[in-house]
Design a protein around this ligand. Structure first.
Ligand SMILES: *[C@@H]1O[C@H](CO)[C@@H](O)[C@H](O)[C@H]1NC(C)=O
Length: 537
């Protein structure tokens, strides 16, 4: 049973990767970090070829997560190559994302085991079902945003905090030391906001006399020195600037200088009334009940709540800044669920509570299916490049295309891993990926801020464009370029309200057509996003 539930967590993470294999702009720094570490290695000779040298972004970010992921993925890549499953660079992207999803699933299944030990088997069962039926966390498990690197140490810490006998009051001392170390590492190296989770947790440890102040200070200092040294050494090297501590610069830039506000400011309540409901779906009301029925859950959730409250004080808010509290909330929700199902033989209320459980999980799944469907349709850049490669086969298209990739395309899936017919083709010095004659190598050009007229001018080098502007709307494009293919993308779900009116339903004959229309009651509305253009002869 235990293996089945763990298997479910892994399978859900992998399924999301396979259903939506392309990536978005938030993922691209780390994804390209992994790409460059795999393709060029981390030696000094090739560092100048790294993507961040050409497109450095607003603030430097750490390479530690990406290099670690590249190294962990390497044996898997070798295995896939040996088994004959590695044919293009895009396969590498999928493998890397599957490996990240696996690491996150591993941490979640440890939490599930801890929850089983502390709260009983039903809680472990419902933890798996609630987690897998949600959308955000499983969808992002295999996405290379720094937050989904940081969730790995944070979840290990959550596991260590709950993994003990049901009545044990104290967390084992060794676990506490590891918890502090893991959270310091996550905060210093990967995501600074984890410090806002560590602080209330430390106060709680001291208040509950689980650790002495002197001891905590010692562990904290040693962990900090080790983590800061690691990130300064590694990231100064990659960014060629000494001393560099990326997460500290991020705090300096975003919090102290207040620059994060430039990304948009949301009201203080946003996390509680908008993002937590989105992240947790049906688990939210259940976990709130949990705070009142079990003081072990109170101990678990208070630092998480304090964290969200602290994060609410920052102007700029994103769901991913608070994603770390999701597993703890799901433990609480699972515990409440286990109480709900235990009353099924009793009163009417007990039976209703029992029935509410499958209803909540089904509601989660409905939201997840709709969100997944929408997301699959939301990577026009990735789709455009894939279609481009189908239309123009490698080695048979002359002259080899020099294709311009517009900003929207680059941000919605056209990652370096999708530049199939251009170097680098060598991976780990093994020509696993068939290299073509270098003379046939294509150029994928991401130069930003080019106007339609400069793209089209006689002197511009481009043979093809993946344009975010319709040639119908621009005369210089219209004159010089032929539309080969239009790529659509998701806009919104629309409900055919007309079909729901009782008069309408009753008046119509029930035939195949009406049933068909019912099937289309809820449909995806799309619009044109990108145009694949070829220069007119
Ligand atoms: C990409 O396009 C820009 C603008 O036309 C051009 O200056 C640059 O040389 C191109 N890059 C490559 C590798 O050809």
């Amino acid at each position: 049973m235990s293996l089945v539930l763990d298997g479910l967590i892994f399978a859900v993470g992998w399924t999301h990767v396979l259903l939506a294999p392309y990536t978005k702009v938030e993922e691209s720094f780390n994804l390209h970090g992994v790409h460059d570490a795999l393709m060029y290695g981390v030696g000094p000779a090739n560092l100048h070829k790294y993507d961040h040298v050409i497109f450095p972004g607003a603030v430097p970010r750490t390479f530690i997560g990406s290099v670690a992921l590249a190294w962990i993925a390497t044996p898997v890549i070798r295995l896939a190559a040996w088994a004959g499953y590695l044919n293009t660079k895009f396969d590498l992207q999928i493998i890397v994302r599957l490996v990240l999803a696996t690491l996150n699933a591993l941490a979640l299944s440890l939490i599930r085991r801890g929850a089983t030990r502390r709260f009983g088997r039903p809680t472990g069962l419902f933890f798996a079902l609630l987690t897998c039926s949600q959308f955000h966390y499983p969808f992002w498990m295999g996405r290379t945003i720094p937050n989904m690197y940081a969730t790995i140490p944070v979840n290990l810490a959550t596991y260590l905090l709950i993994n003990r006998a049901p009545n044990a009051v104290k967390t084992p001392h060794r676990s506490l030391v590891s918890v502090v170390f893991l959270l310091v590492l996550a905060a210093v190296v990967l995501r600074a906001e984890v410090a806002a989770l560590l602080a209330p947790l430390c106060i709680q440890m001291l208040y509950r006399r689980q650790i002495s102040f002197g001891e905590l200070l010692k562990v904290g200092l040693i962990s900090s020195i080790a983590s800061v040294s690691l990130t300064v050494l590694v990231d100064s090297y990659f960014w060629n600037a000494f001393p560099l501590w990326p997460e500290f610069s991020a705090i300096y830039f975003n919090v102290l200088e207040g620059k994060s506000a430039e990304w948009g400011v949301s009201p203080p309540s946003t996390y509680f009334i908008s993002y937590l409901p989105k992240l947790l779906l049906g688990s939210l009301p259940l976990s709130i009940i949990g705070i009142f029925i079990d003081n072990r859950l109170r101990t678990l959730l208070l630092p998480a709540l304090a964290f969200v409250a602290l994060m609410s004080m920052l102007g700029h808010k994103e769901w991913r800044f608070i994603v770390y509290v999701v597993p703890a909330c799901n433990i609480a929700a699972a515990r409440v669920t286990s109480v709900m199902v235990s009353r099924r033989k009793g009163t009417l209320v007990g039976r209703l509570l029992f029935l509410a459980v499958p209803a909540i999980i089904a509601a989660n799944m409905l939201v997840t299916v709709l969100s997944t469907k929408a997301s699959m349709d939301n990577y026009p850049g990735g789709e455009a490049l894939s279609v481009f490669h189908q239309i123009y086969p490698a080695n048979t298209t002359y002259p080899p295309p020099h294709v311009h990739i517009s900003n929207l395309a680059a941000q919605s899936g056209a990652s370096l891993f999708l530049q199939l017919n251009a170097p680098p083709q060598y991976y780990l010095q093994h020509p696993i990926l068939k290299t073509d004659d270098v003379h046939n190598s294509w150029i994928y050009n991401k130069t930003e801020n080019l106007s339609a007229s400069s793209l089209s001018s006689r002197t511009s080098p481009f043979t093809h464009l993946i344009s975010e502007f319709s040639p119908d709307a621009d005369s210089s494009l219209e004159k010089k370029w032929r539309t080969v293919k239009v790529i659509k993308g998701f806009d919104r779900w629309v409900l055919d309200k007309d079909l729901l009116k009782p008069a309408k339903v009753l008046s119509e004959k029930w035939d195949v057509d009406l049933v068909k229309r019912f099937a289309g009651l809820l449909r995806v509305e799309e619009s044109d996003k990108l145009w694949i253009l070829e220069r007119k002869a």
